[in-house]
Ligand binder design. Structure first.
Ligand SMILES: Nc1nc2c(ncn2[C@@H]2O[C@H](COP(=O)(O)OP(=O)(O)OP(=O)(O)O)[C@@H](O)[C@H]2O)c(=O)[nH]1
Ligand SMILES: [Mg+2]
Length: 403
């Protein structure tokens, strides 16, 4: 299904709560470290404004959901085990954990913004731990681990041989290939690190660290979900968290979980990412439930605009990974597939995807026999190298017929 986003952080910050709220999967959640041992994989959604209203049609979604003009497109998330300091040396769940993280293409780093959990994830008085340290520490763990992998045969193989620039890139790409780090990431990493590639034999450990840090920032882009924003101490930590340069999304995973569950039980009308919800039948709710929902509206939605869970996922896929949404149709008049379903699918695709690559995502034959594509609004015919744009509604014509 394309890219995978990892939900990562130290133990007990709310990663599984975040994951559960996003996917509605039932996973263990508890107020102590290492509740999660095995990673949980599940399907969440990216939320976008559907093209149906703009085009004035009633759609009939198949691969996604559309409600009130809001399209929810499935995406894959993984909830990882908690990371403790020196995991790269094998502490805690150590290397296994780091392996899991590296399967992801982008990371949502969940921090306990209230400072109510210590460096190992044990509960402490809110305001006593500095969440800024958690970001510095996770960055370092990932870098040190990558450095360890790269160094494994640096002395033995790389430094002793005379490699041409391309060979060196290949050697590094090969080392990091199991970690969803591509050659393009490494090339960009080299450029941005400012290191002289021809001088690689004289690089010291700090140079290598700089290199893996740059590659990691490119290959594993990250944002911060400042979780437990419902706890009073959280707000004052936000400016300092933001000063680190990452996007920081104020978040209450717990509130999102309550809202999603009440929606599932048809007690409320709520879509992930909404800033409001409607209670459907107040009579069916207990006083406690009503009070809890009221508090979520007042303390979280009214103040922060949303619970932040959907915003984090959207930002990971749309901003960090730069994905866009394209709608394939067969019938340009009805904007439908061959069964007459209007705007059946919404595809989340990487930016710079060509029309032919897009065709291949639908069916390999369609790419092989590609003739041209037509954008529904302009009716312009475009060739196989056309770069698809966000919200394009495209019909692909192949020599075997139109699809
Ligand atoms: N106040 C508050 N508590 C939260 C929030 N999200 C999660 N929690 C609580 O934080 C504790 C830890 O939640 P988990 O989701 O199990 O945390 P985790 O990061 O997956 O923990 P490990 O699997 O042990 O690494 C639980 O008691 C949750 O109820 C939130 O938004 N606000
Ligand atoms: Mg967990």
């Amino acid at each position: 299904m394309g890219y995978l986003v990892g939900v990562v952080g130290k133990p007990n910050v709310g990663k599984s709560t975040f994951f559960s709220a996003a996917t509605m999967a039932t996973v263990p959640i508890a107020a102590y470290p290492f509740t999660t041992i095995k990673p949980n994989r599940g399907v969440g959604y990216v939320r976008v404004q559907c093209v149906c209203r703009e085009l004035g049609v009633d759609d009939e979604p198949v691969n996604s959901v559309c409600e009130d003009g809001v399209r929810l497109i499935p995406v894959e998330l993984v909830d990882c085990a908690g990371l403790v300091p020196d995991a790269w040396r094998g502490r805690g769940l150590g290397n296994k954990f780091l392996d899991e993280i590296m399967t992801a293409d982008a990371l949502i780093h969940v921090v306990d913004a209230s400072g109510g959990t210590d460096v190992e994830g044990r509960v402490c008085e809110p305001g006593t731990h500095d969440p800024v340290d958690d970001i510095i520490f996770l960055d370092r763990e990932l870098d040190m681990w990558l450095l360890g992998i790269l160094k494994r045969d640096w002395e033995k193989v790389v430094r002793r041989s005379s490699l041409a620039r391309e060979e060196l890139l290949d050697a590094i790409a090969d080392r990091l290939s199991g970690l969803a780090i591509r050659r393009g990431h490494i090339e960009d990493g080299f450029k941005q690190s400012g290191l002289d590639i021809d001088d690689y034999k004289s690089w010291c450990e700090d140079d290598l660290l700089r290199l893996v840090h740059t590659i990691r920032s490119i290959a594993k882009p990250m944002l911060i979900a400042a979780n437990k924003i419902d706890v009073q101490e959280s707000e004052e930590n936000l400016p300092r968290l933001r000063a680190l340069g990452y996007e920081v999304v104020p978040c209450s995973a717990e509130a999102e979980l309550v809202l999603r569950r009440s929606e599932e039980k048809m007690m409320t009308d709520y879509k992930p990412g909404d800033g409001r919800f409607r209670i459907l039948e107040p009579g069916r709710l207990t006083q406690e439930q009503l009070a809890a929902l009221e508090k979520i509206q007042k303390v979280i939605l009214d103040v922060w605009g949303s619970t932040g869970v959907q915003e984090s996922i959207n930002s990971a896929f749309l901003r960090l990974l730069g994905m866009i949404v394209v709608y394939p149709v067969e019938d340009l008049e009805k904007l439908a597939d061959h069964k007459g379903r209007v705007l059946p699918d919404a595809y989340l695709v990487p930016s710079k995807t060509t029309a032919r690559e897009f065709a291949a995502m639908i069916h390999s034959d369609l790419a092989r026999n590609f003739l041209y594509a037509t954008e529904a609004r302009s009716r312009m015919r475009v060739g196989d190298d056309y770069i698809v744009k966000d919200r394009d509604v495209l019909s692909i014509t192949s020599s075997a017929g139109r699809a």
